[in-house]
Design a protein around this ligand. Structure first.
Ligand code: KIV
Ligand code: ZN
Length: 390
């Protein structure tokens, strides 16, 4: 038997078009979804969760057309624990050469109370629905929603049932972003050690960011043995969002020395897809967002700019080109120093001697105190006024 948890490849499961779109106000059109799915496929995402086919006619059509259009990625749809959802999901994803049905039910005490099922009744339902999905599709993923708040014994019991019924991926959702990194690692490790049959399936981690720990929790889960990370572009998703794809992928790339697990993602495509998702979802990316924020590779202060001009590694742990940017940016503002000003003036075609630089620098600081950022045109004007005065 292969122990999947020992393997060094982590599958990337993107749910921008399902969990991401569940973000209030983030609805995308059919054509936008097709376009994003193409970009995800091109970038090397292993599994694309394209939507929730029973949710609406539009969701069904989008999942079906993404499935028809797919090239390399496996196309997955979401279904609740009932036959109608599962059948509708299959009707949409079956058009892809590689497909998956993802079915789920809330297993914690709070979630069991909603359909008002006893533990035994829910266990039977899980057996029936996973078996039904497996009869339709070779690749079935099952999720105990709110797993991180589900009683340990019950969680082990229902996972064992889902594996026996034919699920090949067991996803462990931290639905409300409640877990913490040490707990996330320990939970996956203990499940793999305890549940019969666990060695033969892939454990996935699905984290929400309510406490800002989704990325850390996902990486910890991988350290515990998970081999699929569920994530979204820009961390789009319900409430505070899901794990951000760009963050886990770059963390695994940059710190491969201590997290030796590879993804198949072409990271040079990250910036383009981030911008496109921001546009179509209407959710702008915050300036200081890790990896894809406008300021993620920008340095304004004098000490930082001077360091960057001498050696980029002084203040950058990854190359901007690796995420699809053309280079570092050194915006000029009131914290900037002479080295960056001289560098910028030279790029604009001005040769400045030490004395002239001293004079321009004083006028530049005066302007920077009044403006948030000093742009190329401001500098050109500054140089021209200086020439007129001479
Ligand atoms: O957060 C969650 O629990 C989910 C499930 C449907 C997997 O998104
Ligand atoms: Zn979720």
């Amino acid at each position: 038997m292969t122990d999947i948890s020992k393997q060094d490849r982590v599958l990337i499961f993107d749910t921008t078009l399902r969990d991401g779109e569940q973000s209030p106000g983030a609805t995308m059109t059919h054509d936008e979804k097709i376009e994003i799915a193409e970009m995800l496929d091109e970038m090397g995402v292993d599994i694309i969760e394209a939507g929730f086919p029973i949710a609406s006619e539009g969701d069904f059509t989008a999942v079906r057309d993404i499935a028809k259009n797919s090239r390399n990625s496996r196309i997955c749809g979401l279904a609740r624990a009932n036959f109608a959802d599962i059948d509708r999901c299959w009707d949409a994803v079956k058009h892809a050469e590689l497909n998956r049905i993802h079915t789920f039910i809330g297993t914690s005490e709070l979630h069991r109370a909603i359909p008002n099922l006893t533990m035994d009744e829910m266990a039977d339902k899980i057996h029936e629905t996973v078996s039904h999905a497996r009869n339709l599709c070779e690749d079935v993923q099952w999720s105990p929603m709110d797993a991180t708040r589900t009683e340990w014994d019950y969680l082990c019991r229902v996972i064992e049932i889902a594996i026996k019924a034919g699920a090949s991926t067991i996803n462990i959702p931290d639905t409300v972003g409640y877990t913490a990194p040490m707990e996330s690692a320990e939970l996956i490790k203990k499940l793999i050690e305890t549940v019969p049959g666990a060695d033969d399936v892939i454990f996935a981690t699905h984290c929400h960011n309510d406490l800002g720990m989704a990325t850390a929790n996902s990486l910890a889960a991988v350290a515990g043995g998970a081999r699929q990370i569920e994530c979204t572009i820009n961390g789009l998703g319900e409430r505070a969002g899901n794990t951000a794809l760009e963050e886990v992928v770059m963390a695994l790339k940059v710190r491969n020395d201590i997290m030796p697990w590879d993804t198949g993602i072409d990271t040079t495509k990250l910036m383009a897809i981030s911008r496109r998702v921001a546009t179509v979802s209407g959710f702008p990316v915050q300036f200081n967002k890790a990896i894809v924020g406008k300021n993620a590779f920008a340095h304004e202060s004098g000490i930082h700019q001077d360091g960057m001009l001498k050696n980029k590694e002084t203040f950058e742990i990854m190359r901007p080109e690796d995420v699809g940017l053309s280079g570092t940016s050194l915006p000029l503002g009131k914290h900037s120093g002479r080295a960056a000003l001289r560098d910028k003036l030279e790029q604009l075609g001005f040769e400045v001697g030490d004395n002239q630089l001293k004079d321009v620098f004083v006028r530049f600081k005066d302007l920077a105190d009044r403006k948030k950022e000093v742009f190329d045109d401001d500098l050109i004007a500054l140089m021209r006024t200086g020439e007129d005065a001479q």
